[in-house]
Design a protein around this ligand. Structure first.
Ligand SMILES: Cc1cc2nc3c(=O)[nH]c(=O)nc-3n(C[C@H](O)[C@H](O)[C@H](O)COP(=O)(O)O)c2cc1C
Length: 371
């Protein structure tokens, strides 16, 4: 079994859930609740349960004496097809916040998508790990001049992609005392550094953010930046086709880790229809509920080019800062490597739809959605 040693606890961790348990012990309860929200959500649980409904059908007698997990994502060569989704407020997990996450991601040679709600500026995060591959999660502003300013900052700081999250409708996750006063420098313009104080923050979000954000904004974005564009939060094949039509480079099948509309499908279940709809005209990624190397293998077999993780990285950060982030990623990589070898795949390109079967095939004789 793969394991990494978590220096912070002097323990050998063989499952992401080991990081989760330690993070729960270490974090103040309001931060833990914010990261875990909504603990009783159907979709949150379904994201994880749905992976268990797919079975792997390994191939045998292949030479897997070496296994290479390297993958190319949006033109960048990564050591593994696993990268970091944007999540807010990393300094609640560790004082070095997103700077530590960027270092952990760069040490694992994978990509990190920085949230607009990061507690360090996008420039400071880039400087903390200049060799890292980074995307920036953009929140469009009412004033297009301010949105353009954010784009120019991301371009200037070496970000390679703009991620537009399209499934955020302001469902509040309660975040209390611990967040009072934390900085939000990527929502600041001029000399006024924005700080998180619930009432001011809510007023800022109400008065300054562009609402509604529509397909016209994606078209605007396409015209106003040379960076790659990824739409995050697509669940329907129709929206995926529209995204291709307006010229995005990537689609991330996501339900915000179950934090927005509850009752939507698990992302791994939504993935096959979107792969079919996109038909190779853009990269397709997936996040939500990925907790092991076999989950990664299943998502790749269904056609995802890369898998992203949100909460597990926050757990690693809370346990052991930059090293903890690297350890979480390393564990996923080791688990993926082992799963690939056991499935007869020596390279990521060997991972095919024929490797995966939905349980309904065995229970009811149905066809696999990936085939
Ligand atoms: C604490 C927290 C904060 C998040 N903040 C953002 C955000 O600022 N922007 C965004 O697009 N998604 C955000 N997300 C959603 C993640 O990008 C991602 O879709 C989700 O965490 C994936 O599910 P997982 O946590 O099961 O891996 C957040 C998720 C969590 C848990």
């Amino acid at each position: 079994m793969s394991s990494v040693s978590c220096c912070a606890s002097r323990a050998s961790f063989s499952r992401l859930e080991d990081f989760e348990s330690l993070a729960e012990k270490r974090l103040p309860s309001d931060v833990w609740e914010y990261y875990s929200f909504p603990s009783d959500g159907f979709t949150l649980q379904e994201n994880k349960r749905a992976f268990q409904r797919y079975r792997l059908l390994p191939r045998v007698l292949r030479d897997v004496s070496t296994v290479d997990t390297a993958a190319t994502v949006l033109g960048s060569r990564l050591d593994m097809p696993v990268a970091i989704s944007p999540t807010a407020h990393h300094s609640l997990a560790h004082p070095d916040g997103e700077k530590a996450t960027a270092k952990g991601a760069a040490s694992a040679n994978t990509a990190f998508v920085v949230s607009s709600l990061a507690n360090y500026s996008m420039e400071d995060i880039a400087q903390a790990a200049p060799q890292g591959v980074r995307g920036f999660h953009l929140i469009p502003q009412k004033d297009p001049g301010r949105t353009t300013e954010l784009l120019r900052r991301a371009e200037g700081a070496g970000y390679t992609a703009i991620w537009l999250t399209v499934d955020h409708h302001g469902r509040p996750a309660s975040l209390m005392e611990s967040a009072e006063g934390v900085r939000l420098p990527n929502l600041s313009f001029g000399d006024a550094p924005m700080e998180f104080r619930s009432s001011e923050f809510n007023a800022y979000m109400r008065d300054n953010l562009k609402k509604p954000v529509t397909w016209d904004d994606v078209v605007w974005l396409r015209k106003n930046t040379q960076l790659k564009i990824v739409l995050k939060g697509i669940l329907s094949a129709e929206d995926a086709k529209e995204a291709v039509k307006v010229g995005v480079d990537g689609i991330c099948v996501s339900n915000h880790g179950g934090r927005q509309l509850d009752g939507v499908p698990a992302t791994i279940d939504a993935l096959p229809d979107i792969i079919r709809a996109v038909d190779g005209k853009a990269d397709v990624y997936v996040d939500g509920g990925v907790r092991s190397g076999t989950d990664v293998l299943k998502a790749l077999a269904l056609g995802a080019r890369c898998v992203f993780v949100g909460r597990p990285v926050l757990w690693g950060l809370a346990c052991n800062g930059a090293e903890g982030v690297q350890q979480v990623l390393q564990l996923l990589k080791e688990q993926l490597k082992l799963a690939m070898a056991q499935a007869g795949c020596s390279r990521v390109s060997d991972i095919k739809p024929s490797l995966i079967v939905h349980e309904s095939y065995y229970l009811h004789g149905c066809h696999c959605p990936g085939s």
